[in-house]
Design a protein around this ligand. Structure first.
Ligand SMILES: NC(=O)c1ccc[n+]([C@@H]2O[C@H](COP(=O)([O-])OP(=O)(O)OC[C@H]3O[C@@H](n4cnc5c(N)ncnc54)[C@H](O)[C@@H]3O)[C@@H](O)[C@H]2O)c1
Length: 384
């Protein structure tokens, strides 16, 4: 299978996202190509959820390419995406002797990527980083665009991604066979971000929605060729949006569009008691599952504001359901409580609440201070 490469331009930075199979055994040489001058040392931060063989393949390849390599692990939970883990990795980097000319490699899902990226952004005021995403979500979204960070625990709440910075990677290497070991819920969770991209793609890729729908079975059965195409097209969307608005400062549209569904998602994803099928024995809601519900809520809120039709909402629900993602959830706290959590969202900058809402197929816009009625309607639409 051929390897695809998608270019990302963000401010002064320009880098490639390589998408293919069997790339992990070449992470060393693929890093050497872009890390000029070459680092002496590389700190590899590996997700503990990965099979040992995956981590060893990457570490071996870095060593073969001549880098002094030290591997450390990071646990991928939102609680561990913390200032404490950030501090621990800085200490590991300092003990290993990472200096300004050296580099970090993040091997893992979005949590490990965001955490490692933030350590790279700040270690000795910044070292280079290579992102090797190992979940679908990290491949199509988190590893691209340079947002890095950790969560903050304050007043009994987990404030998502509250501390962080922009730090673009030197290269992103996505090798799709690594997804074989990813559990089903995690895989589908990544598909939620792909569905989100179909809802904002517009002129960037007008056929992405239809293509994704037509290939859903091949995607769900993780056929390498289809995954490479899916990831390449999704990365291209994210790359164009990031290029237009690296630091999310555009007054309308721009990078904020990537937050479609996230205002709702952030309000529910940290409620530990919520599970996608209401079974308290199951693991709590995943980020992508919360985004899936957020997309349905955003569509319903937009319908209430007469921005989209009933048909649009039905199609959105259908797409989410076909990807085997939740469209409704039981045991949701009362609507007022969810609204409170939404206003805590960091996108409520300076007290102004902003939500991204769809206005038609492939089209969205940022709405300042959306009417509470519409938000309530969105929340109620996902209540089972
Ligand atoms: N920086 C960004 O632009 C951006 C964008 C979207 C999401 N995010 C962040 O990404 C995080 C979610 O990332 P995620 O969905 O990748 O989940 P994750 O990082 O929580 O990983 C999910 C689980 O899969 C395991 N895992 C990872 N790769 C595996 C593999 N190949 N095989 C088996 N298990 C594997 C992990 O150990 C973890 O248990 C959130 O914290 C979110 O805020 C960041």
């Amino acid at each position: 299978l051929s390897c695809r490469d998608v270019k990302v331009r963000a401010g002064d930075a320009s880098y490639e996202v390589l998408i293919g199979t069997g790339l992990l055994a070449d992470v060393g040489s693929l890093s050497r190509n872009v890390l000029v001058p070459p680092p002496r040392r590389i700190l590899l931060v590996a997700d503990t959820g990965l099979p040992d063989a995956t981590r060893d393949r990457v570490a071996g390849s870095l060593e073969s390419a001549g880098f002094g390599t030290h591997s450390v692990c990071a646990i991928a939970t939102e609680r561990e995406k913390s200032i404490q883990s950030f501090q621990r990795l800085h200490v590991e980097a300092a003990r290993f002797g990472i200096d300004r000319g050296d580099a970090l490699v993040a091997l893992g899902g979005g949590i490990v990527g965001d955490l490692t990226g933030f350590v790279a952004a700040t270690h000795r005021r910044g070292v280079r980083v290579i992102q090797c995403p190992t979940t679908l979500l990290a491949m199509v979204d988190a590893s691209v665009g340079g947002k890095t960070g950790v969560n903050l625990q304050a007043d009994g709440m987990l404030l998502k991604n509250f501390v962080g910075s922009f730090h673009q990677p030197e290269r992103v290497i996505a090798s799709v066979e690594v997804l074989e070991s990813l559990d089903e819920r995690q895989f589908r969770s990544g598909l939620a971000e792909c569905i989100k991209h179909t809802m904002i793609a517009g002129e960037l890729d007008p056929t992405l929605g239809d293509w994704t729908r037509d290939n859903l079975n091949a995607i769900l059965s993780r056929q390498d060729g289809v995954l490479i195409e899916l990831i390449a097209r999704n990365v291209a969307i994210k790359a164009s949006i990031v290029a237009s608005d690296e630091h999310e400062t555009a007054a309308t549209g721009g990078r904020a569009l990537l937050n479609l569904g996230h205002t709702f998602a952030h309000a529910i994803e940290t409620i530990d008691t919520l599970t996608p099928d209401g079974d308290p024995g199951n693991a709590p809601l995943l980020h992508g599952e919360a985004v899936a519900l957020g997309l349905v809520a955003a569509a319903s809120a937009a319908r209430q504001m007469k921005l989209v039709s009933n048909e649009f909402v039905r199609t959105t629900i259908e797409m989410v359901a076909d990807a085997k993602l939740p469209t409704q959830i039981s045991h949701l706290p009362d609507t007022g409580q969810i609204l409170d959590r939404m206003t805590h969202d960091k996108k409520a900058l300076g007290g102004v609440m902003r939500a991204v809402l769809p206005i038609g197929p492939g089209q969205c816009k940022t709405v300042e201070t959306p009417p509470l009625d519409a938000l309530r309607c969105g929340i109620d639409s996902i209540r089972a």
